[in-house]
Design a protein around this ligand. Sequence first.
Ligand code: CDP
Ligand code: MG
Length: 831
Amino acid sequence: GSTQKEIQMSTETERRLGKLLDSSRGAVLNIDSGGASSLGSNEPLLGVNVREPVSTLITNSEKQRLSLELKQRQENSKASDVAKKMQSFREKLPAFKERSRFLKAVAENQVLVVSGETGCGKTTQLPQFILEEEISCLRGADCSIICTQPRRISAISVAARVSSERGENLGGTVGYQIRLEAKRSSETRLLFCTTGVLLRQLVQEPELTGVSHLLVDEIHERGINEDFLLIILRDLLPRRPDLRLILMSATINADLFSKYFGNAPTIHIPGFTFPVSELFLEDVLEKSCYIMKSESNYYQGNSRRRRQQESRKDPLSELFEDVDIETHYKNYSTSTRHSLEAWSASQLDLNLVEATIEYICRHEGDGAILVFLTGWDDISKLIDKVKVNNFLGDRGKFLVLPLHGSLPTINQREIFDRPPPNKRKIVLATNIAESSITVDDVVYVIDCGKAKEASYDALNKLACLLPSWISKASAHQRRGRAGRVQPGVCYRLYPKITYDAMLEYQLPEILRTPLQELSLHIKSLQLGTVGSFLAKALQPPDPLSVQNAIELLKTIGALDDMEELTPLGRHLCTLPMDPSIGKMLLMGAIFQCINPALTIAAALAHRDPFVLPLNRKEIADAAKKSFAGDSCSDHIALLKAFEGYKNAKQNGKERAFCWENFLSPVTLQMMEDMRMNFLDLLSDIGFVDKSRNASAYNQYSNDLEMVCAILCAGLYPNVVQCKRRGKGTAFYTKEVGKVDIHPSSVNAGIHHFPLPYLVYGEKVKTNGILVRDSTNISDYALLMFGGNLIPSKSGDGIEMLEGYIHFSAPKSVIDLIKKLRGELDKLLKRK
Ligand code: CDP
Ligand code: MG
């Protein structure tokens, strides 16, 4: 069905349209006259190249001198006391025994696959072996080793570790580079960078000229970036016969990679770990049941009697008193593979986790505890819980540390070092601690069995990031973390039957995420059509997912009909984020409402700061609604909440503000960091000139209609049409037809909306399909910012989304809009 929406130039219409157009026109024109030259910039995307081309610029004799000097310095550093102590640690790692076999294989083969138990020394030792060898053999000047890491935090921590093992300062021969942050110099010969940084570097350096060795780490995780990089590298290798490629993986499926690279040789590093015993949920249950059975009085007795018999109870059952283990068990054990999915969505019971931590602290011996949780949510909630819990009343006895991929800068050494005597280290981690970061002194692992996993339903164009059951391979990895220094125990907070139903391996990310960001990247690297390129992947994605991605990129104006990049598309390629969020930021900068754009983009890219306490949900909802005012917008509510937080912070009252308004201070802090990151990115590509006053980019920041229009620019084509039905409103989207508003939205329960459309961030599938965060927007916002304008076949107006949205408007209005859009295009082209 298509909407016939008559736009008559009534006075009201004129006023509203006029206002929006004026502000857009003002913004475009202001940019035009307001110093385009100072804004423009031809700086390279990252400012720093992955490899600084030192050795290509110098003569042979200079090279020899440099190589000699590097060797001399290496020998000096190694002679220091610190390095010597480190050396004895290094020699105990299983990787050390394989040193010469490894170096020989690198010399003799272009591609090598190395697998080994996590913690055996792959990441810290193998690149270092190559570096030492190259420098010792006086090839230092020509050597450039790159080792990619899937996450920022591991790139930094590994680089720091390797330089300290070498007795050097970070940024000398060993450095790192992550998005917007680098520690490296012209001396750097071994660079740890994120896979994303290397992929972006390929835009400028498609042949990886100058790189002598490339190590791709953690390939067993099957991240989308790593899978993508492997396709590129397989094509590149014949053109770069001198380049050495080393693929590193935990002990999972190494054969798959070897086959992909024409049966490349593999080396396995045998590792030693102590035995780790395993307790499933029923073991916990059994322990408490045992006591109950043997004390039938107690079992039937009332709670008072129970308390009286406390001394005779098993400590475990006592601790788990608050936790309804039997329900847990029943629920978990009925989840066969088929219903695992439904179960995944359900909340993790943090009481259970907490009780297990408490049990270990009270009744088990020394040793660090590593808890695997699903994400930042659980981590921050558990930190709060553990902090108020009595058993940790003596805070001096515990060191509770979060470990999460997006933590800006964690206190690195605290995670790795032994805690002071009489202190127990408790690390609350996501699956990052599964294989990329090894905490050596862990003796107890608590595994909740889940991890946040992206999934994508290509048919309904539904993408979700939900806690899902991990694979058996991951469960095995997690358990192994407990046996590094002595025999350990792994507490699995799910029954054996759930474990049995887990998949052997997790599905690779490329098969379960939307592909628009990747497709854009393929285009910017000029790798041909997206479909034919991705067909070469280890496990090629569904053609429907590819088609959806291309269509979306065309719809938002990043690709033209020929599937080539538009000027907007070119800018979006340089922003390492979802193209929709990138577009919102660009438009926010151009249309001078950058603060709201930054705030909303940060929340969309990370999470929104509203917390929903189960027992006080209504008060929390009311607080959110009061932020929204009459805007009919979750995004405006978020914006106002963030502004309120910033104000409160100036007076040092942010804690109270968050508490009163049901906001997460941790998330708000994270959003502040992300906003800074985004601003740096915009400045990097010349859309913001930081030397100018902030007000230059915020002229329209208080104009909510303008802000909603910018939101529309970013969120389109996520459009819901609001149709009056009797006393209420019915909602429709193009792909799935009728939808509902998520109950947590400020728009839930509103009967009539002032404006005819909603744009939304994401839709989720529960019983029906719900749109989560939405904003009510006008037709004019759509006309100005929503996708391409197609003249309708009947010639009486404009169509969008293949006729799903139809506007009839006087020619004068349409001409004006076309003109403004033309100006915007010109501006994007000039940049
Ligand atoms: O890559 P793989 O899992 O095989 O091991 P690795 O990350 O190279 O770690 C080898 C050893 O170095 C482990 O015992 C780690 O605990 C230690 N390490 C450390 O102390 N500090 C770091 N930043 C990284 C590793
Ligand atoms: Mg590693």
